[in-house]
Design a protein around this ligand. Sequence first.
Ligand SMILES: *Cc1c(COP(=O)(O)O)cnc(C)c1O
Length: 348
Amino acid sequence: MPLAVLERAQRDMLDWNGSGASVMEQSHRGKRFGELAAQTEADLRQLMAIPDDYAVLFLQGGATQHFAQIPMNLAAADGSADYLITGHWGEKAASEAAPYVRVNVAASSKAQNYLRMPPREEWQLDPNAAYVHYTSNETIHGVEYHDIPDVGDVPLVADMSSNILSEPIDVSRFGLIYAGAQKNIGPAGFVVMVMRRDLLQRATRPMARILRYAEHAAAGSMLNTPNTWGWYITGLTLQWLKEQGGLAAMAERNRVKAETLYRAIDGSGGYYRNPVDVAARSRMNVPFTLHDSTLDAVFLQESEAAGLMALKGHKALGGMRASLYNAVPPEAVEALTGFMQDFAKRHG
Ligand SMILES: *Cc1c(COP(=O)(O)O)cnc(C)c1O
């Protein structure tokens, strides 16, 4: 989280917006919260340049719930959907979708240990698929698409949980964009979704209203009590992004941060290694290993003592992983690369 957002939330905690109470104690039907909700949507629309024919939804359940809810809403009960799988989260999205749609794995780099993108000429896209799902940034494997896959007229669905708002994108290329908030926006459990309005009519199978995106859209994402705290923090993060100069400025900042870290890894003479194909490397999540894994524990202990947090790699991969989300300032990346160089000298 950006420090400025946390400090603002701290100041607002007991008296939000002159109300004499915290935002969590406000009615979501009240005027004050209504204004916050509208401003948050307006800010997201401005930052991402979202066209009018797209609905913006603020939902719950984390990205994982929508792995299941997306096929329920976008595919007929006997329909199929294409999945491009480039890491852990794409795999999970496909397996959670499987009870609701015939999943066609149109491409996968699993056999290459998710170290590179599956070559486009090998993708087996079905022109009759209800949608094509992909994960724009694989958080654990550190693999990112650097362009938007061209899938013709089939609606493109993107799990952008770990790189949403990190750079400008052309929203009109997508049918649906969704993101669990906790990586690059705000509190866990909150979900931001941008959906082409015509797709809201795709949900034909019987399901509870609470699962139907069209109902959420019609109710301004207040079909039931929304996660008001998540909505509020998201609003503060969007304001902060606007103050930083918007997504073009974030993209440049994120590019420099990633370059700094990859240069330190690649320039370490093999002391540190990132095995991902250079063309597919993530700007957001950088997994790396030490040349001698028996030093991992020492590295983590010393880095934490130096104030560098959360560097332990995901249990699926081991090693280290540095996440360079929007909220991570460039100085933090310089502190990390300085530490890495110093560590290599001392433990060479
Ligand atoms: C973290 C993450 C998820 C899972 O999010 P939850 O909110 O925990 O369900 C899904 N996709 C990606 C790309 C992620 O990084």
